[in-house]
Design a binder for this molecule. Structure first.
Ligand SMILES: Nc1nc2c(ncn2[C@@H]2O[C@H](COP(=O)(O)OP(=O)(O)OP(=O)(O)O)[C@@H](O)[C@H]2O)c(=O)[nH]1
Length: 431
């Protein structure tokens, strides 16, 4: 499921990671000029080579966690570089625990004459950004340094090429344009120009930035479907919309099984009175599952069919009514009039839009149009098992403002999975 997209996203994260690491390694191999002189000018405290005496408290903030004094330089793990490239060898002090103490550490450092000799565990404050900002040319190595201390600052221009690649990857995976832009903005915002404290490696940093950003667009509108059904007055009526052939009927049957497994009884209603053979199709599923089905003749009023099913459910203490509707073109006024009539007369508890993940951008467009015409409460994306792209799965919630609730993952009745945004993002990016 979504394997193509997975590969592309992993390409993005590893490319950015490699870039930063390469820069960091290059910088590590090149001792800076001051270091070569063996002397640190007192007016360059940000390099971390000056003694505590020569440092202003502000400078100390930058230097305290990053720069051992000369005495410390013989110590194990010290990287003989200027502050803007040194931290690669001090991962032990770059724990996330240290990062959590940043504010405190920096304050203590600025109060202490010996601050520069402090253990690097008290890393420089987030404000170190501003001190280092006087160095417009701060390289990726400096950022890698900050990264190694649980913080990093990456400039947009460092990322732009990668972001362009990411955009292409998303679009070629059928992610809707506005959704792709939202993801890119999120990644940019999460990665650039900011001090990040809770991460200890570039890989995690990039993955987490992407993870957050993807999660934000996928998680739109999520609610607890089971809880809503359990808490609603019975019978709960759920109406299904969507075009023909995408797996709407199969999804209704899968949900009948899903509810049965949760102790809820169902009655099926074939409101697709337009298409020849629709009754037989749903009847077959009802038979397979041992469920009651309500049908009327072809051409009759779909509202009447669903109404009868609701009455049957009331009379027989059935928990859930699952009502199919005609899957004619969503642009059809007739269809929309039908859905409005169902809304007016039956006032269903939920209207679920069904489409197939493999339809990609088309499914996204249809979701938007159906939702505009007859508001939906959520979506089911079928055939996710056959979809390498994942574009619809990523885009539908953001575009409609309504959550994807289930994924169809095969042709059997059990092949229906609740849509869990966190799980999806983890499966796309890796945990
Ligand atoms: N691989 C896979 N196939 C599915 C899934 N859901 C449905 N299908 C298949 O898709 C085909 C169409 O499914 P239907 O349920 O008949 O589609 P529909 O939307 O009701 O279509 P109409 O009845 O023509 O309106 C069937 O062969 C189903 O077995 C799924 O999640 N994965």
């Amino acid at each position: 499921m979504f394997d193509g997209l997975k590969d592309k996203l992993s390409g993005f994260t590893s490319d950015v990671e490699e870039d930063v690491d390469d820069e960091a390694l290059d910088a590590e191999d090149e001792p800076d000029a001051d270091e070569a002189d063996g002397d640190a000018p007192a007016d360059q405290p940000a390099n971390g080579e000056s003694t505590a005496d020569t440092q202003s408290s502000e400078d100390t903030e930058a230097a305290a966690g990053e720069s051992p004094t000369a005495d410390d330089q013989s110590g194990a793990g010290f990287a003989p570089q200027a502050a803007d490239s040194e931290a690669i060898d001090e991962p032990a002090t770059a724990s996330s625990a240290a990062a959590e103490d940043l504010d405190t550490g920096a304050e203590e450092a600025s109060e202490s004459d010996d601050a520069a000799a402090d253990d690097s565990g008290s890393e420089a404050e987030a404000d170190s950004e501003s001190e280092a900002d006087d160095d417009d040319g701060r390289g990726l190595a400096a950022k890698a340094k900050l990264m190694a201390t649980g913080k990093t600052v990456i400039e947009e221009e460092d990322l732009q090429g990668h972001l362009d690649d990411l955009e292409l990857a998303l679009l070629s995976s059928d992610v809707e344009m506005s959704v792709a832009n939202e993801i890119l903005d999120g990644v940019k915002e999460n990665l650039t120009g900011q001090t990040r404290r809770r991460l200890s490696s570039t890989g995690n940093l990039v993955r987490d930035a992407l993870r957050e950003s993807l999660y934000d667009v996928i998680n739109v509108g999520q609610f607890d479907f089971d809880e809503r059904v359990q808490q609603a007055d019975k019978p709960v009526t759920i109406v299904f919309t969507g075009v023909n052939g995408v797996g709407k009927t199969t999804s209704i049957a899968k949900l009948a099984r899903y509810f049965e497994e949760r102790g809820l009884s169902t009655v099926l209603a074939n409101g697709d009175t337009y298409r020849a053979g629709a009754n037989e199709q749903l009847e077959k599923h009802a038979q397979n599952l041992g469920k009651k089905i309500i049908t009327h003749e072809q051409g009759s009023d779909p509202t009447a069919v669903i109404y009868d099913a609701v009455e049957y459910a009331k009379a027989n203490d059935i928990d859930v009514v699952l009502g199919d509707t005609a899957g004619r073109l969503h642009t059809s006024d007739d269809l929309m009039a039908q859905l409005e009539k169902i809304d007016r007369n039956i006032d269903p508890d939920m209207t679920l839009f069904v489409d197939e993940a493999v339809a990609g951008q088309d499914a996204v467009n249809r979701a938007r149009e159906f939702n505009d015409a007859a508001e939906i409460d959520g979506a089911i994306l079928t055939k996710a098992d056959a979809d390498p792209q994942g574009g619809a799965a990523i885009s539908v919630a953001h575009v409609t403002g309504k959550p994807i609730l289930f994924l169809g993952t095969g042709q059997d009745y059990g092949d229906l999975e609740p849509f869990d945004p966190e799980e999806i993002v983890d499966s796309l990016i890796g945990e």
